[in-house]
Each structure stands twice: as C-alpha cells, then as structure tokens.
Design a protein around this ligand. Structure first.
Ligand SMILES: O=C(O)CCC(=O)C(=O)O
Ligand SMILES: [Fe+2]
Length: 367
C-alpha cells in the first residue's frame, strides 16, 4: 500500500496520466462529438415527430411566407405568429375526412423520438470525456501496480485498451437508455390516426387544395415547385375521452439527419378542427399568453388555448424559413372530454416524396 501511495504522488506518474489523458482526448475529439449542452429534458415530439428537447436556440428568423389575403385569416398571436382561419373547410369536407379516416381505419398515433441522434452524440461525448477516460486511466494505473517493470508505454497501452472496452460499454448503456426513452415517449400521445393521400376524395382534396392557396408562393418567391410538393399527406387524428397529446414541438432539431425522407424541417403546421368540441380537447401553447379578445380562447386559461370549432384552422410555424427551431411554439392537445377529430398538414422545408408526401401524378391529376 505504501508503494501505491508513493507512486500516486510521484511527479512522473502525474505527468504520465496527463499525457495519457491528452492522447485520449485527441481520440474522441477527432470523432467529432457535438459540443455538450445542458442535459435535455424529456419532452414529446410526434412523427408526428415529438421533439424531446428544446435546442439551445440560435436566433429565430422570419417564418415562411403565406398568402396574407387568404379569406378568414386572423392573427391571434404575433412573433411567433399564430393564426386562426375561420371556415377553412366546409361541413361536407370535415365529415368526409372523418368518414374516410374511419373507412381506412385508424391506429395508435406514432411518436418518433426527435433529436435522438443529437442526444446519443451528446451522451457519448459526455461519457467519453468524463467517466470513460478517467476509469480507463485509473484501471491502467491500478493494473500497473502488479507489474514488476511498469513503464509509461505499458500504462498508455493499458489505458487505450481500457478506454476501448469502456467506450463500448457506455455505448451499449446509452443505446438501451435511448430505447427506453423512445418507449416512454409513446405514452405521451394516446390518440389514433391515419394518413389520407387519395385526392379523388372530396375531404382530402379540399384540405390540400385550400392549403395550397394558403401556402402558395408569392410572386416574389423564386420557388418553382408547387406548394403541395412540400406537404406531408394529410393526417387525420381522433381523440376519444381522456386521450391527449403532451406538450411537444413539431420541429426537430435534428431534422437534417432524421427527417431527410420527410422533406427535412417542419416549417408550418396547419390543423383543421373537424368537429365542435364544447369542453376539453383544446390546443394549448404553454409558452404564449392568452388571446383574450378571441372567442376561441378557452376562458380562464393563462395561455393561448384554442377551443376546437368545426371547420376552423389553426396555423403556426414550428421553425423559421431556414429551419431554425422555434421553441416558443411548444403546444399540446389537452385531454379530450368529448370526442375530437382534427386533420393536419405539415409544410416542410423541402419536397416531401411519397410515401410521406403526395406523388407528382396525384398532384397533377387532382390539384
Ligand atoms: O390535438 C391538437 O390540438 C394538437 C395536435 C398537434 O399538435 C399535432 O398533431 O402535432
Ligand atoms: Fe403538434
């Protein structure tokens, strides 16, 4: 034991461990881990991608342009902009969307763990720069105690070997934690839903064509693709009593990696309420103040909290025109007391190819 103590205070041992630490640090920095941020809080995001985390926000810029002359468009919160569009869909279209969803059959709404790639990188980075490195060095130093002629070289070699083993263990534990987290997220969304991409039907057709008019690029926009190219196919969502969607973000801070097949970042969310709801089932924005003068604002709520009214649409922008995540748009579907039906279109940053988006043939034929 005396030998151990003398070695640990020995100058050469200290500088050796510094050298090993520096060597190991250079290994994991060359793997280019993301810089570490405060540990994320668990939040849902739905694919509906439910976002688990609010990012450290770079400045949010302007939202995408919309047709400001769209009939019935009413701004109920400015910066971030939230609009209501009265009578966006007629009763027949609302009922058709419900009937088509029932006909196709709905299933438990999926929840994707948005930001999982960033979270894994971050956790691996934290583990690698902290416990993995120090345990590797400590283990190597401990092993060297048993050796007759322990040298700096053997200490370094032991440290590298330990580092590799511990890194694999950390990666396995982080993967298991990520899977657990992903399973937990599923509980935060209890509705059922389906997508409708058959535009020969009146409900989906009217929803998509009106959304095209709303999102149509202005004349100053150089975009040549038609507006519906950027849409995910409409999703119809049913909430039965007590079903809800916990606070979440529709944007994904890792959209450029995780949502490449879905057109990248979600730049706008358009929700149409398909039936009247007199109690419960409101759409609440927990970071925004109430729209006190609007009749759709839930009375007594200290946040922007919209009462579903058949045919009305709600429009907001989860990210700016460059895809920068806007954490102020966090929102939730409050627990339903009465049955609630909505239809949703997400407008993405890029073309959304089938099967998530609409095919060129369908758009040319029906729109
Ligand atoms: O049900 C609601 O009111 C909100 C739905 C929603 O946020 C979504 O589908 O992303
Ligand atoms: Fe949402």
């Amino acid at each position: 034991m005396a030998k151990l103590t003398s070695r640990i205070t020995n100058r050469r041992s200290v500088s050796t461990s510094h050298a090993v630490a520096a060597a190991l640090a250079s290994i994991h920095s060359s793997i280019a881990f993301a810089p570490t941020r405060p540990h994320p809080s668990l939040r849902p995001h739905t694919q509906l991608s439910i976002a688990t985390t609010a990012p450290s926000t770079p400045t949010v810029g302007n939202r995408i342009q919309i047709n400001q002359d769209y009939p019935g468009l009413k701004l109920i919160h400015a910066n971030p902009d939230v609009y209501i569009i009265e009578n966006f869909l007629d009763d027949t279209s609302c009922q058709d969307l419900i009937d088509r969803a029932k006909e196709k059959g709905t299933s438990r709404s999926p929840v994707a763990y948005a930001g999982w790639t960033e979270d894994i990188k971050e956790l691996l980075g934290l583990a690698a720069s902290g416990p993995v490195t120090w345990l590797a060095i400590l283990g190597a130093w401990y092993e060297s105690q048993g050796e007759e002629n322990a040298s700096v070289i053997s200490l370094v070699l032991h440290s590298f070997r330990n580092y590799a083993g511990l890194f694999v263990v950390a990666a396995v534990l982080i993967a298991a934690f990520t899977k657990f987290r992903s399973d937990e997220l599923q509980k935060l969304r209890t509705s059922s839903s389906t997508t409708l991409d058959d535009l020969s039907q009146i409900g989906p057709l009217n929803f998509v064509s009106r959304s095209e008019d709303l999102f149509a690029p202005s004349s100053s926009d150089s975009t040549t693709m038609r507006a519906a190219s950027y849409f995910e196919a409409p999703t119809v969502i049913q909430y039965e009593k007590d079903q809800s969607l916990a606070p979440h973000y529709d944007a994904n801070r890792s959209a450029n990696v995780e949502d490449v097949n879905r057109g990248g970042q979600t730049l706008a969310t358009l929700i149409v309420y398909l039936n009247d709801v007199t109690i419960g089932g409101t759409t609440r924005f927990g970071k925004l103040p109430p729209a006190v003068h609007d009749k759709r604002q839930a009375k007594g709520s200290s946040n922007l909290n919209i009462i579903p009214r058949k045919g009305d649409a709600l429009l907001f922008f989860p990210a700016d025109q460059n895809g920068v995540f806007d954490e102020r748009t966090e929102h939730e579907g409050c627990p339903a007391v009465e049955e609630k039906w909505i239809a949703r279109i997400w407008r993405h940053e890029e073309r959304v190819n089938p099967p998530f988006g609409l095919s060129d043939e369908v758009m040319q034929r029906y729109l």
